[in-house]
Design a protein around this ligand. Sequence first.
Ligand code: SAH
Length: 220
Amino acid sequence: MSDLSRLGIGMTSQRTRERLIARLTEAGITHPDVLRVMRELPRHLFVDEALASRAYEDSPLPIGLGQTISQPYIVARMTQTLLEHGPCDTVLEVGTGSGFQTAVLAALVRRVYSIERIASLQEHAQQRLRQLKVRNVRCRYGDGFQGWPDYAPYDGILVTAAPRGVPRALAEQLAPAGCLVLPMGDGVRQVLMRVTRTAEGFDQQVLEPVSFVPLLAGVA
Ligand code: SAH
């Protein structure tokens, strides 16, 4: 059992967690590693104490400053989409937020780079990941629209806030055959998309309707 999963034991009932895993499975999450990590990770440590008892419901929860920790199904779906695409060694995440999706990725790939535009969320997430001894993540305060060129190209890029179109810098920082998973659209109608880099250019596939906070330019 990993350090992370041990921390969670006793704080919320194992039964509540199993119910969440059953729900994810019913909703189409089949990747055994994704299910294992979703079962083990203590999501209650990524939300305010007052909300900890709701941490294993399949719903987004507020994390302050108008932002939300994504719904577990969405975290699992985006992660599964990345892993199904092919070998994933390095991943860039845009929108660290609570750091929960970051921790899920860190348990499944070699190295994660994560950018957040709200300084207090960024600092808090980085501190939390350090406390939880998640060591293969590098976090940064900045505007994710620009990606993170220093460590590019990435096998996978995962965006947890919705732009109106595919940000060019992100597409350009994909490795050959890399995969970008992102929500896209305006405040009302958004879809989850998979963009893959091919020898000829990029392929786009619409996956399902979703609801995310907007990807905003610049830092806060
Ligand atoms: N994966 C996070 C989701 C948080 S919500 C979690 O589950 O906790 C989306 C996050 O994207 C917010 O924290 C928001 O501040 C951040 N964000 C929005 N636009 C951004 C940008 N241009 N660059 C980096 N982060 C951004």
